[in-house]
Design a protein around this ligand. Sequence first.
Ligand SMILES: [Fe+2]
Length: 418
Amino acid sequence: MVKGEPPRLPFFITIVDMLKKIPVRDVRVGMHLQEFCGAWLDHPFWRSRFVLTNPKDLKLILESPIREVWIDTSLGLDVEPDATGDYAPVETAETPRRDPPPPVEPRTSFSDELKSAAKICAMGKEAVASMFLEARMGKAIDPDAVAPLVEEMSNSVLRNPGALISLARLKTADNYTYMHSVAVCALMIAVARRLGLDPQQVSDAGMAGLLHDLGKALIPLEVLNKPGKLTDEEFTLVKAHPEEGYKLLEGTSINAMALDVCLHHHEKMDGSGYPKGLNGETISLFAKMGAVCDVYDAITSNRPYKAGWCPAESIKRMAEWKGHFDPSVFQAFVKSLGIYPVGAFVRLKSGKLGVVVEQGEHSLLRPKVRVFFSARSQAYIVPETIDLECSPEKIAGREDPEKWGIKDFNHHWLGDNA
Ligand SMILES: [Fe+2]
């Protein structure tokens, strides 16, 4: 130490001085928000680390149930000198002390979970759109920024898998690519759980699903959103997205298996996939999971040029394809979604028509069905939910809502969330 200089403090002391936990009443535009205290679903943004620049965002924070936030004064404004908050000191060098996460609620009903699932979908779409934008602008991708989102999706799937999975299946032409990422994330989490993977691997699988198509950010929008058939040249551009995504994510904090999914989710068991033509023995478990989840969501979603297949029909068709999917992974997928997945329109033996809203606890063939139409009277009936595990009713087969002239099909089982 040079004589006269102040003693050099250890690095962590500096960090400690930068982080402050403050009440939301003292938050002001120009502050760098580091962490919201409280449940992720209670705060109004998909990410928590950013500089607050918009007064509208400040209003959203003040109106939310969040009461305290962490700020980093090295990256943004400090509290006003005359603020009277009682600020807690930071105890760790690297990250603010997090409040313990709220316990995950036990299983909830489909209708109870829909509201949370709708918010998670909206935030997920925003998060993926934001990452696509960053990729297009050549900015570095930070997978850690979406880790809390993946955790919330995992919690939602644990509470009731059907709600988030079926909401994420509903897409518009504008948001298809982003919502597809959200849907594949939710599906990967469900399959990972079914396969008995540990919690870290479940999170990694979710992260893989959310980021698997990031390379599509580099495809020109007129090609990515083209409603008609692609030319050979355009198809070559699209087929480059796994490798482009790999390049965007390589060297970031992303888990190695999630990175592998990004590169290999279009590989097939018989070696006819791309980019490398790997076969069943050389494709990783995570990439096999990615292939099943990716295809299921693609074929069940409406596109400008093609209506999506019904979930139950999609499961049936995928089961018939040879050489595409790993049979044991596909089996786990079906066990997690059901033979009649949530959202499937079915006819019961009695002639009542309805939508599957929840899987049965014990049988893949006996889900809960929300009936609202009678095939016999060809008219709407008073809606009711029938638990086929506690009823003599049985599913007679799949049905097409259009055939029965049913209007606003999704409204009958998703209500205002449709
Ligand atoms: Fe893809």
